[in-house]
Design a protein around this ligand. Structure first.
Ligand SMILES: C[S@@+](CC[C@H](N)C(=O)[O-])C[C@H]1O[C@@H](n2cnc3c(N)ncnc32)[C@H](O)[C@@H]1O
Length: 235
């Protein structure tokens, strides 16, 4: 599968006007929140950046949004670390502040385009990955931008330690069905999937934490699609 052109995002240091969020990135949150310029120097070093031992699993959430899941997960899994990726400054800073306010010290966050994930992590450096309600890119000819395209899923797979999982949730049935076809082009094992997580008789429904967008979709009566992919131990 051919790699799309590396996406470029604007550089924080070249923004015409700093705002409270970009300033926080360079000042009080500098030790835990990384701009697209500083984040790649943590590649292979995230555990020492966060201040945890080599044995501690390191998970990744792509697109943290307002950070409800980011704060919840880091709080409920103190023996794991969590790195968030987010493109927009406000949710980026909201997410890390929410986690820090909850007393969580097992976290870091980066302003980074997910498609450049291999600039942030070494193969095998990360464990579980969460992609919750990414942009569905439903307009014609845009599916290549979806975070569940086979090329990107293969990249995530190569960066994960064997035995890790990837959770993907979306409100878009169209994107989900498209993703099921993309997943067939990857080495992932599909352990479970459903077109209606909240009506499913599954442990994943029992254990599910509702993200900010998920609450909105549920209040509109929209069904939530969910899939759990596993990187097998021998891979
Ligand atoms: C629809 S929101 C979902 C937020 C959150 N996961 C939730 O469920 O409430 C998608 C988020 O992903 C971020 N995002 C979109 N594309 C991204 C990318 N390529 N890399 C990192 N974050 C991205 C957006 O800025 C946005 O905050």
């Amino acid at each position: 599968m051919e790699r799309p052109v590396r996406p470029q995002i604007n550089r924080t240091s070249t923004l015409p006007k700093p705002n409270e969020y970009t300033l926080a990135l360079e000042n009080d949150l500098r030790h835990v929140a990384f701009s697209e310029e500083r984040a790649p120097s943590n590649k292979g070093q995230w555990r020492s950046v966060i201040g945890i031992g080599a044995e501690m699993p390191l998970d990744v959430e792509i697109g943290t949004g307002n950070g409800l899941f980011f704060a919840h997960q880091s709080n409920h899994q103190p023996k794991r670390a969590l790195v968030g990726l987010e493109l927009k400054y406000k949710p980026l800073i909201q997410s890390i502040r929410r986690a820090l306010r909850a007393g969580n010290r097992n976290v870091a966050i980066a302003r980074f385009h997910a498609f450049n994930l291999d600039e942030l992590f070494e193969p095998g450096e990360i464990h579980n990955v969460y992609i919750h309600f990414p942009d569905p890119w439903t307009s014609p000819k845009k599916p290549k931008n979806r975070l569940t395209n086979a090329w990107f899923l293969n990249m995530i797979h190569s960066l994960q330690a064997p035995g890790s999982f990837l959770h993907f949730k979306t409100d878009s049935r169209e994107m989900f069905e498209w993703s099921l076809e993309e997943i067939k082009k990857t080495p992932y094992h599909v352990e479970y999937h459903t077109f209606d997580l909240h009506q499913s008789d599954s442990v994943w429904n029992e254990q599910n934490f509702k993200t900010g967008f998920e609450k909105i979709f549920l209040s509109q009566g929209i069904q939530i699609n969910f899939i759990r992919l596993v990187k097998k131990n021998h891979q």
